[in-house]
Design a protein. Sequence first.
Length: 361
Amino acid sequence: MASIARLSQQMELAVPSHELLLFYRYGERTSPWQQLSHEKVLRIGESVRRRVKGQKEAIARVSRVVHRAFTGLSGVTHSSGANKPKGCLFLVGPTGVGKTELAKSMAQFLFQEESRCIRFDMSEYNHDHSDQRLIGAPPGYVGHEAGGQLTNAIRQQPFSVLLFDEIEKAHGRILDKFLQILEDGRLTDGMGRTTQFSEAMILFTSNIGAEQATELYRKKESVETIRNFFVEQVVAYFRKTLQRPELLNRIGLDNIIPFDFMNQSQLREIARLKLEPLGEQLLKRHGVILDFGNESQKNAILDDLVAQCDVLQGGRGMVAQIDTLLTDPLAEFLVENWKSLTGRQTLTVQGLLPKAKFHLV
């Protein structure tokens, strides 16, 4: 309080108390959370659905968490509610269904920058001493002055989405650090500096139970059955495998959000989205317009991509198919016809993949 009082005396003009506190904690007078408009918050579902396909229930539940943060009701029922993170979500489901993409789209929506999604690949923290990488080495150890990767990142960007990817691959000792973050919204690094997490949204992703859930999907079990199975697997992981039910309590059962397997219609939408940056790059790099023909011809190519893609591989499988069946042959064509590229040309794609022909006009 004495430090805040001294900071206030240094201000040329009177500053509201909440702005003064933000400036003291984060070096910023305004919070992106306070700059969100009611109209924008109402459209969060629509905004996220442009990038995340086929996860209606998951997006709806994420929207509710954002609404809670926007109204200032996050954590108010807890004893230290004012310092808890804005929200905590545990996203679980098959690979390639949009868990990471949802985190990136939330960062874009909340903070206008996808780079505000700070991702940690938890497979890199699978040793018991890996916590030193997150919060910094203790005094006297090598690298002590550098601080921790997590604490440094949140100090540089306090208003962010923290994404801890594939959390089940981290060592149990690492997960213990989240007890304090989720409860008190703060963490002390190896240099004794306390870092605040109260303005961040925290997301965990996991593939726990995905292999067994795939068998349920093949047996044509209902969507609700598979969702419940994923939640049960997460609960069992924390209670039995890790034996850390207290961490599960910090996250909250209602914040475990299962993702659904994708269908061919959703893969088709992803394919359509992924073809756009391909055309943009051709135009930007070579001045060439990529033309798939009329809508019927383009739809035939999209259908062909979907037909050759394994639905169980999700969106990542579709990206791999586009690279194999379209991007690689297209790159070969450009290399072979490099001297013919003069810009302001149209590159047409004729026929179906993988035997499509490319022509420069």
